[in-house]
Write a protein that binds this ligand. Sequence first.
Ligand SMILES: Nc1nc2c(c(=O)[nH]1)N(C=O)[C@@H](CNc1ccc(C(=O)N[C@@H](CCC(=O)O)C(=O)O)cc1)CN2
Ligand SMILES: Nc1ncnc2c1ncn2[C@@H]1O[C@H](COP(=O)(O)OP(=O)(O)OP(=O)(O)O)[C@@H](O)[C@H]1O
Length: 195
Amino acid sequence: MSAQEVGITKQEQREEVMNYRQRLTDKELLDKSMEIKKKLFELDEFIEAEVIMFYVDFRNEVKTEFMIKEALNDGKRVVIPISQVEDRSLLLSELKDYDQELETGTYDILEPREEYIRPVEHSELDLVTVPGVAFDEDCNRLGYGGGYYDRFSAGLDPDVDRIALAFEIQIVDQVVTDEHDLPVDKVLTEKRVIT
Ligand SMILES: Nc1nc2c(c(=O)[nH]1)N(C=O)[C@@H](CNc1ccc(C(=O)N[C@@H](CCC(=O)O)C(=O)O)cc1)CN2
Ligand SMILES: Nc1ncnc2c1ncn2[C@@H]1O[C@H](COP(=O)(O)OP(=O)(O)OP(=O)(O)O)[C@@H](O)[C@H]1O
């Protein structure tokens, strides 16, 4: 579905859904994120995954801090992205201690401090959690407009599971897409699993 067919632009859809999401209270954000965590940790592909890429949440995204900590406790290897603004790519780094290793980085997103950057190859990943602004029931995704995850996903082996985490209010009838946009494999919300 092109922007023209939906009748609004990516930027308009972004602003509309970000406005909805802005209205969630801290308690709602936390409670819903816990429900989403439960669904993620029950997925077979998550249970089987050894190396998992998590985003580190910012703005009013589904919270991942407690997911990252529990995954580390469970013995998973956790990888987080570092935004490379020059070419809008993601550098991957293994995280071992959430509380000790992070500092505020690009876009005010937490990133590893220099001495804790431990580069990881794309080919090592088993599962990727994907952030976003809006999703639809066909698993299409709208992000913040950097194209980071589309460019990153295009270079991933197709058998790496890409699982989006979103609040139900981020699900729209139709996401405005273009030819670069790659759908995710699943979208988890506090209410359901969209495949
Ligand atoms: N938590 C988290 N980490 C992430 C992402 C994400 O969506 N969530 N990204 C996912 O890719 C990358 C960062 N992508 C970003 C892309 C744009 C903007 C941003 O501030 N954009 C401007 C508008 C730019 C425009 O419209 O041209 C803005 O929103 O004000 C922020 C992050 C990597 N790390
Ligand atoms: N695989 C790709 N190769 C080259 N350019 C791309 C690719 N994917 C996206 N782009 C370009 O990046 C820009 C932003 O894309 P888009 O608006 O889809 O970002 P987004 O998915 O909303 O953002 P993000 O992934 O950072 O959350 C667009 O100009 C788009 O053409």
